[in-house]
Design a protein around this ligand. Structure first.
Ligand SMILES: Nc1nc2c(c(=O)[nH]1)N[C@H]1C(S)=C(S)[C@@H](COP(=O)(O)OP(=O)(O)OC[C@H]3O[C@@H](n4cnc5c(=O)[nH]c(N)nc54)[C@H](O)[C@@H]3O)O[C@H]1N2
Ligand SMILES: Nc1nc2c(c(=O)[nH]1)N[C@H]1C(S)=C(S)[C@@H](COP(=O)(O)OP(=O)(O)OC[C@H]3O[C@@H](n4cnc5c(=O)[nH]c(N)nc54)[C@H](O)[C@@H]3O)O[C@H]1N2
Ligand SMILES: [Mo]
Length: 758
């Protein structure tokens, strides 16, 4: 029997590109007694390339071919530290003593513990921490909705949640970076994003536009690779984007660069906006932002006078105190300039209606008002919790027939939940948490508080691929099947107009070697033990996806066979002309009636960051530098991949960027390890001198832990060494009053050399 090679069609979930890849798998025939019947040997992963059968294979090619993760996929997949079987803690929490158990035992015991806690404290005492849309989160939400707990917390509150929410309240639907079109797009405005590292598939597209003459305007405190390519780069003081963007609005209105017809017919509140924008003269804003007034004018003109123009805003403006206001101003820009829903501008892409919606899978309509009221943080941070979500959902259902899914923009409030996990610090006790597809000890702000909160839980379970710092503190650790071992269905949270499907490339279970399950299996396993059986008719994730595709007449397999696993009905321009916008007034709400109804300022305003040389000069004497964190860098993804040798060799250490003048003053040299300290704590990273950052600002990486260090306490794989979230702030009074987000990019710190390290 010859070696056979097969190409499996899969959706890579190692980053936000969600590339459809061809996973090359070989079966090497084995002689008896090793042969497993007709299949003849185990499938082996050989390599990962773009999926040639996909209609957009050409756009995936440069991305996949240049991807270090794809190239080293075998190192990841066959890594000896991958979790293989459920583990149960045998020693004290954090002691690092485990015993291997079966899935049935794990699910029986976990379900029994959850039932106990539910009976004693109510379902809302059980919560879950989620991550960054790397798994099939809609089934988690379904489980929790049926259970009766609205307390799924997660990164959505600071990762695309505010973007999707603010876009929804202003233009009715998420419309961020939806329109980059080579040959058509004439200008691209990038605000606080660095796609060469963060979303390089899009970056290749942007470069194609730029190479065909599109103007690139970049707003970033660092001279990033994106800024290097810009026609105009604005370097603001971190955290001041709301003022800067309102100054652009000011120029566009005062110089009459706006699209009068569109504004008159389709915008609500123009006069009030004009009034508000008057305060934001480039001269005044220049003093706030450090950006010269003339550059602000130039940016506004370049953007407004090159139509169609598209906008791309990222974490640079979500991770600041003024996030909602900055995003509001940012979504006003395409409306004022008539760039909405036109080819090459900012396109509204309603969900693919041939697929059962994420909203319906989540079963959001069964949630009672009493349960919504118990959602942690919903009383205080009303925009991105139940009250705000209900308002956008109502309008989206009217216009689009469905609302966007909840994973990004309707979550319980993390910092409120971690406090509720500490006795007596919340509205009611939180006693159990399931961490799945997230690593909050590394990625959530204020690690010390998160640590204390987790340690105080009655019950903690973690489902992951690896023994993360969080997993080390769990009572049960569950081995997850990765995207390579499970089918995939990708609709960009229902906001992209397409559906993409993939198959499992490799088995999740190999007898005698490993027994991994999908996150779906985990929740369904708990669900049927907790009396939810009738809501989970689909035995496997694949059956669940068959159900999702049934309206189009396909199963997952037949969709892949007959449609190459992809479908995207053509999008029409200016759909609003027939439907109106999905907002309460049916227009673009420059003046947001939803913000008003929720009790917030309906127009963008500027507030100083809580910690800044302006708002707290006294603090600035002790902590004189502005700290921005978390700039993305390849080949890592947040806290992942540190254990993969080929990837770690490319980026072995955590790096802090410091301007050479500042470093010289502090007697720090390139390559020195330095402490970064805030009132919350201090960690060390290695200095890189960087002229592209203002001398008053430093930038650190995030996501650092060291899988090679011991797992048991106090090490927890080095979670206290270089993890910048030890230093970040999540105080409730500092979170955004509407969105609840915490600032990761505009605090104060001091930096000094580490003596004798490493
Ligand atoms: N200081 C600072 N902190 C930040 C940021 C910053 O810029 N600065 N960025 C923030 C942002 S935008 C985000 S999105 C968050 C990210 O926060 P997280 O989502 O918590 O980050 P990850 O490190 O990606 O953690 C994901 C974990 O889930 C596991 N995992 C991946 N896929 C799956 C799956 O399919 N199933 C299961 N069960 N597990 C899986 C991974 O192995 C990993 O351990 O970090 C935030 N934290
Ligand atoms: N390789 C890799 N790719 C990733 C990820 C990863 O961890 N690694 N994470 C994924 C996730 S979940 C996300 S959310 C995206 C994030 O993607 P991006 O947001 O594009 O990435 P970042 O590099 O975090 O931030 C962009 C820029 O914001 C700038 N910035 C900092 N403070 C400010 C400010 O006050 N104002 C402005 N205007 N800019 C500021 C930083 O200098 C940085 O260059 O990346 C995704 N892709
Ligand atoms: Mo994110």
């Amino acid at each position: 029997m010859a070696i056979s090679r097969e190409i499996k069609h899969a959706i890579c979930m190692w980053c936000h590109n969600h590339c459809r890849v061809g996973v090359h798998v070989e079966r090497i025939p084995l002689d008896p007694p090793f042969s497993k019947g007709e299949t003849g040997g185990l499938p082996r992963l050989v390599q990962m390339l773009e999926d040639e059968s996909h209609p957009h294979a050409a756009s995936y090619r440069p991305v996949v071919r240049s991807c270090a993760r794809a190239r080293n996929a075998r190192e990841w997949f066959y890594h000896p530290d991958r979790l293989s079987y459920p583990l149960k803690r045998t020693g004290e929490r954090g002691e690092g003593r485990w015993t291997k158990i079966s899935w049935d035992q794990a699910l029986d015991e976990i379900a029994a513990r959850l039932r106990e806690i539910k009976d004693k404290y109510g379902p809302e005492a059980i919560i879950s921490s989620s991550g960054t849309s790397r798994t099939h989160d809609e089934y988690r939400t379904r489980f929790f909705n049926i259970l009766g707990s609205q307390n799924v917390i997660g990164q959505g509150t600071i990762c695309f949640g505010s973007t999707n929410m603010v876009s929804s309240i202003v233009v009715g639907w998420p419309a961020n970076h939806t329109g980059v079109r080579p040959g058509v797009t004439k200008a691209i405005l990038v605000i606080g994003g660095n796609p060469p590292h963060g979303e390089n598939r899009l970056w290749f597209n942007m470069l194609a536009c730029v190479n065909q003459g599109a103007k690139l305007i970049v707003i970033d405190p660092r001279r990033t690779e994106t800024a290097e390519r810009a026609d105009l780069w604005l370097q603001p003081r971190p955290g001041t984007d709301a003022a800067l963007l309102m100054a652009m609005v000011n120029v566009i209105i005062e110089e009459e660069l706006y699209d009068g017809n569109f504004v008159a017919k389709w915008c609500h509140g123009f006069d009030k906006l004009r009034e508000r924008a008057r305060d934001f003269t480039p001269e005044r804003v220049s003093k706030i932002t450090w950006v010269p007034a003339e550059q602000i004018r130039e940016a506004a003109r370049l953007y407004a006078q090159n139509k169609p123009a598209t906008t791309f805003s990222m974490m640079g403006i979500e991770h600041i105190h003024n996030s909602i206001e900055a995003l509001h101003a940012r979504f006003i820009l395409p409306a004022l300039t008539g760039n909405l829903d036109i080819k090459g501008g900012d396109v509204l892409r309603p969900a693919h209606t041939g697929v059962v919606s994420i909203y319906d899978i989540e079963m959001n309509d069964i949630v009672t008002p009493e349960q919504k009221a118990k959602m942690l943080g919903a009383d205080r941070f009303r925009l991105m919790t139940a009250p705000g979500y209900d308002l956008i959902a109502e309008n989206q259902k009217r216009v689009y027939g469905r609302a966007i899914g909840r994973a990004t923009c309707c979550l319980a409030h993390g910092p409120t939940a971690y406090r509720a996990m500490l006795d007596g610090n919340g509205p009611y006790p939180v006693k159990a948490m399931i961490t799945l597809s997230s690593n909050p000890l590394v990625t959530q702000a204020n690690t010390k508080l998160v640590y204390k909160a987790i340690k105080n839980l009655d019950f903690y379970a973690v489902m992951d691929f690896w023994m993360t710092p969080c997993a080390e503190l769990a009572d049960y650790v569950l081995p997850a099947a990765s995207w390579l071992e499970r089918p995939g269905l990708w609709q960009f949270e229902d906001t992209a107009g397409f559906v993409d499907a993939g198959e499992a490339a490799l088995p999740a279970v190999v007898e005698g070697q490993y027994d991994r399950r999908t996150d779906y299996d985990f929740f369904r396993g708990l669900a049927i033990r907790l009396g939810q059986e009738k809501y989970w008719p689909w035995q496997t994730l694949e059956e669940a996806y068959d159900y999702r595709l049934a309206p189009m007449g396909y199963t997952l397999k037949s969709f892949i066979t007959h449609k190459n696993g992809y479908d995207a009905p053509p999008t029409k321009e200016k759909k609003y002309e027939t439907t109106g916008f999905a907002t309460p007034t049916g227009k673009v709400e420059l003046y947001s009636t939803i913000l008003e109804k929720l009790g917030y300022d309906p127009l963008p305003h500027f507030e100083e960051p809580v910690e800044s040389p302006v708002s707290d000069p006294e603090m600035a004497r002790d902590y004189p530098l502005i700290l921005i964190t978390g700039g993305r860098f390849l080949p890592m993804y947040h806290s992942e991949h540190r254990q993969i040798p080929s990837l770690r060799r490319q980026h072995p250490d955590p790096l802090v960027q410091i301007n050479p003048d500042t470093a010289a003053r502090l007697k720090i040299k390139d390559g020195d390890w330095v402490w970064i300290e805030t009132p919350r704590g201090r960690v060390k990273q290695k200095c890189v001198l960087f002229k592209g950052i203002d001398p008053r600002v430093v930038h650190t990486e995030h996501g650092w832990w060291f899988p090679e260090l011991p797992g048991e306490e106090p090490w927890l794989h080095g979670v206290w060494e270089s993890n910048i979230n030890v230093c970040t702030d999540d105080a409730l009074e500092h979170c955004h009053p509407a969105g609840g987000g915490w600032s990761l990019r505009a605090g104060l710190c001091k930096v000094y050399k580490v003596k004798q390290y490493p």
